[in-house]
Design a protein. Sequence first.
Length: 253
Amino acid sequence: MYKIETNDLNFFYGNNQVLHRVSLGIEPRTVTALIGPSGCGKSTFLRVLNRMNELVPNARHDGRVLIDNKDIYDPSVDLYDLRKRVGMVFQKPNPFPKSIFENVAFGLRIKGVTHRKFIQEKVERTLRQVFLWEEVKDNLHKSALILSGGQQQRLCIARALAVEPSILLMDEPASSLDPISTAKLEELVYELKQSYTIVIVTHNMQQASRTSDKTAFLYKGTLVEYSDTTTFFTNPSNESTQNYITGRFEQPG
């Protein structure tokens, strides 16, 4: 059974259709990369998976979006519970203007968790999970804003993981990071897929090939090709895919 599945998904901002009949299935505990030129619908697709697009006026969809075989747009779905299960990491690190400790503890406190020892253990465990504990353990009660960009991004991932999601959505998480921080983040993604289903938007072909199990190519809101990553980059079935990954793709004006 797929962890995530979309069937004939169309998405609109007002009269502007951004996604066109996108159908794909994502297996549990895998990394799926979404690639394609800017404006092709990658981030919109990502946000559909935890209903963040509902914050945009006049946004609407048709088709089905299933997580664990349940339509997440069904009226019976609790939005808070959905977003707890489907975490989101954005393009630029966005730590809260709080301490490092309180950034990670934030979601637990929102859930009503008050047990001090539990929170302390959870914060440490989650920071270890993102390979950040040794770097920050002596500064837990200092502002998260003192951290480097790469550290802030790993902190934001820890904040998302603290509430125990099963899916992690990542929208170009390394786009503002230096090569060393990017390498650490890619290593983290590889480790996290042992426990989480990850969908990552990236413009970096090498990053997609290094980190993902499957890759999807979107163009003008249409799913052009979707296959296991090795096949995708070595033997694509669509000429447009071949042109895109080899840099010969020209987007019409």
